[in-house]
Design a protein around this ligand. Structure first.
Ligand code: GUN
Ligand code: FE
Length: 456
């Protein structure tokens, strides 16, 4: 017999796959087989009828194939491109003030508590469980200014097996909470220590991200310093931009030499193809062009934008400018840690815009699905590893069950095994609009099952 030239697969699924590609916002593949290799990468995706020849090529038993039920499908794990892990403890509360007052009144006092590692461990463990259960396989986190607690967040993400970018927050000015900021020198040294120590751990899927809080909270010297650190170490960058009108006005006053909010980050070397900026509600077309030229991304955080009454991002305009775009929960400005919620709010926001402007081309469900998955992976420059089902990418996936007894979704007569196309075409719509985390039966990151939770 010919020797196997390929790595044997460790798991093979057969059933319905739903994912996005660049050309097709939602592609539904009925009766496909997907193989995952020993490293957790997708080895093949082929039509179900080829299973016998695949089993010979790849050396698996057809009896070992995991057959999905008719009321189940696999979809890519979702990518939360902007979430404050440290704010999870007060999510769902304190949404009665506009952004700048909200930060000083609620956020900074809470974040200051993370010098206490026991407090940090408690909240961060809950964040990891909650986001994974809700199908977030990749998250881009803000922690706090505290290096050790931020390192702990990285460790907990690694323990639970989530793919994560983790940022130690940098801020050296304009906080009305005097005990919640760092002098420039300390901020620089601690950022370098955070990066060094996190990289030293060699976590498979957890990486540092340079995190100036936003232009309001950072001196020009700090922004320059962070731009240099990101450049020298080829790191991701995250921050906030043009979220709220008062904030935009304040940034103009603080940086009179810069043409725009975007220009502030541009001038400080913080707008790269590994940058993701949250919100962007008030960016001009000119600024969007700069984002496109630089390959920088926007994280659309619709729940937060509505909850803090910050604004509404015109997603269509961002897409028309070919700017990389993902969705973010922005906990706790956004009250929900669920990416399904972010997807729904993104559509709500677009529908409100279409009521105000008949020319606005409403975001389709399929486009929102893509933003929550592939779009997010592009926004974080992780689309070589995750975001959809492509051979060679890591198997980051959700096994969705549309029919949990007592669960939030019902199936109706005529929607059964024999009625495959009706059911499957509606499958994602069904679950994603009507379902919740109860429908997410299993979650995988790089082939490892992370929900139900591993025994730690
Ligand atoms: N801008 C600066 N910091 C924050 C934050 O923590 N949340 C939100 N929504 N916007 C910010
Ligand atoms: Fe935020």
């Amino acid at each position: 017999a010919a020797e196997l030239a390929v790595m044997p697969v460790s798991t093979v699924y057969r059933g319905t796959l739903a994912h996005s590609t660049r050309d097709e916002a939602l592609q539904i593949l009925e009766d496909f087989v997907l193989g995952v290799d020993a490293e957790g990468k997708i080895a093949f995706i082929e039509e179900g009828q080829n299973v016998d020849s695949l089993s010979q090529t790849w050396g698996f038993q057809t009896s070992d194939v995991i057959q999905l039920e008719q009321h189940e499908f696999l979809m890519p794990g979702m990518v939360d491109t902007h979430i404050h892990a440290s704010q999870y403890s007060y999510s769902g509360t304190a949404l009665d003030l506009p952004l700048l007052d909200w930060l000083n009144t609620y956020t900074f006092p809470v974040e200051s508590r993370y010098k206490d590692l026991d407090y940090a461990r408690n909240v961060y463990t809950k964040v990891l469980k909650r986001t994974l259960r809700n199908g977030t396989t990749t998250a881009c986190y803000f922690a706090t200014i505290h290096t050790d607690a931020s390192l702990l967040l990285g460790q907990i993400a690694d323990d639970f097996g989530q793919r994560a970018l983790v940022g130690k927050v940098c801020m050296d000015c304009n906080s009305t909470v005097p005990y919640y900021k760092e002098p420039l020198k300390e901020c620089k040294d601690e950022t370098l220590r955070f990066i060094r120590e996190l990289l030293k751990k060699e976590y498979a899927h957890v990486k540092p991200v340079v995190t100036p809080r936003f232009a309001v909270s950072c001196s020009s010297s700090l922004l320059h310093t962070l731009g240099k650190i990101a450049k020298n170490n080829d790191l991701h960058i995250q921050s906030h931009i043009s979220e709220n009108k008062e904030e935009v006005k304040l940034v103009k006053q603080l940086f009179p030499d810069c043409k725009s909010y975007t220009d502030v980050y541009l001038k400080h070397d913080l707008l790269t193809d590994k940058t993701v900026m949250a919100h962007g509600c008030y960016l001009s077309d000119e600024e969007l062009k700069i984002f496109h030229e630089r390959g920088a991304a926007i994280s659309h955080c619709p729940n937060s934008n509505l909850s803090l009454a910050s604004g509404m991002l015109n997603v269509r305009n961002v897409l028309n400018h070919k700017v990389k775009l993902g969705l973010g929960t922005d906990v706790a400005g956004g009250y929900s840690p669920s990416m399904l919620d972010a997807l729904r709010r993104a559509m709500d926001t677009s529908k409100v815009l279409s009521m105000q402007d008949a020319q606005h081309q409403t975001l389709t469900f399929e486009e929102a699905f893509r933003l929550a998955t592939l779009g997010g992976s592009e926004a974080l420059s992780l689309d070589d590893q995750t975001g959809n089902f492509e051979v060679g990418k890591d198997f980051d996936a959700l096994r969705v069950n549309m029919c949990i007894p007592g669960g939030p979704v019902d199936m109706f007569p005529g929607q059964g095994p024999k009625d495959i196309s009706l059911l499957q075409v509606n499958a994602c719509v069904f679950d994603i609009f009507a379902g919740d985390d109860r429908n997410i039966a299993e979650v995988f990151v790089a082939g490892r099952r992370v929900v139900p939770f591993p025994d730690l």
